[in-house]
Design a protein around this ligand. Sequence first.
Ligand SMILES: NC(=O)c1ccc[n+]([C@@H]2O[C@H](COP(=O)([O-])OP(=O)(O)OC[C@H]3O[C@@H](n4cnc5c(N)ncnc54)[C@H](O)[C@@H]3O)[C@@H](O)[C@H]2O)c1
Length: 378
Amino acid sequence: MKKFKAAVIGVGFIGVAHIEALRRLGNVEVVAISDQVALKEKAEKYAIPNYYEDYKQMIDELDLDFIHICTPNNTHYPIAKYAIERNINVVLEKPMTVSVAEAKALVELAETKGVVAAINFHNRLYPACTYIKKEIEKGSYGDIFSMQGMYVQDWLFYQTDYSWRLLSKTSGKTRAVADIGSHWLDLVEYMTGHQITEVLAEFKTAYETRKKATKPLETFAKATADMTYDDIAIDTEDIAVVTFRTNKGALGNVYISQMVAGKKNSINVLLSGTKHSVTWHLEDLEHVLVGHRDEGNVIIPKDAQMMSEVKDQIDYPSGHIEGFPDAFKQAFKQIYHAAEDHTYTPLVAQFKDGLRMMILDEKIYESAKSRKWVKIDA
Ligand SMILES: NC(=O)c1ccc[n+]([C@@H]2O[C@H](COP(=O)([O-])OP(=O)(O)OC[C@H]3O[C@@H](n4cnc5c(N)ncnc54)[C@H](O)[C@@H]3O)[C@@H](O)[C@H]2O)c1
């Protein structure tokens, strides 16, 4: 098995998950990190031999096979461009960029250079999700005619909750939609094979201003009583409701919010087919519920025998839960395999899928602003 040298740029919430998952693969050495905050401490904590404040210097000095970009959304484009121009494979966090134009440029550049270029829509890699995709391809649930669900969290519930994600200059035009809605939309298109062709969206911003702690907090950290704040005007949505139609005639809708108290990271998907319905929840991620009209409903557990079509994505026996860190491991396993074997087609999202989500994001924004249905070109 080929050995790879990787570097992670941005070691905040998700950069750490990348480091951990890469180390579990066995054939990847995380040789360097780049960050602008507590860099040396992070390198020591995670035992990374090289660390750089400037990612360009890191890319120029080290002989890297892959970089993983885990920085705020507005930095994705320049970092990915710099790496791909130097023929380095890239794993880019979602959302791909902050604009369709940037995403298109990266798709073209990656194609020209022939590098592996993946987007970390990791929810695809839960075994249950790929199992549903394979069953839909086989026609097990009939034709899917409607798709519903939500992606809800509560980490931006209080006015004092603050993050770079709240501002369009760092997040992109949308926030809840780009940050978590993109996961749901990508997942549902992945599972069903449908493409969303038309959207009608409504946005709500619960707090027009937020209180930003004068001493910055890391993502998901909690405010304390002695903190002081600056008032910051917010130009992105807390909540979005999106109704849509697909190219195969299905009707769908999704509720996206980062302000639902008690919902830490909750994804629900309900797909209705002409034979059966199928339900999946992230909070019970190892089970698929198949709904029957005339007989008892069936719960299928994550199990290499019950879900034999996706046994490549299952590393532990039935009853041993594989969750969030495992989905990252499975995604990276496929991505690095693709770098070794160019005939292998991974199920992970590619740059073209990241671009598609950027297009949807832009159209959803346009619909919310115009309060009209907006079409998406195929
Ligand atoms: N796949 C997922 O489920 C998932 C989950 C969380 C975040 N994300 C994505 O990952 C990205 C990062 O999110 P996060 O929650 O980890 O954010 P974060 O704020 O916790 O961490 C970002 C890190 O990047 C560093 N950074 C900023 N600019 C930099 C630069 N120019 N060079 C090097 N380091 C830089 C910051 O110092 C910080 O440590 C975002 O695009 C986000 O959408 C994806």
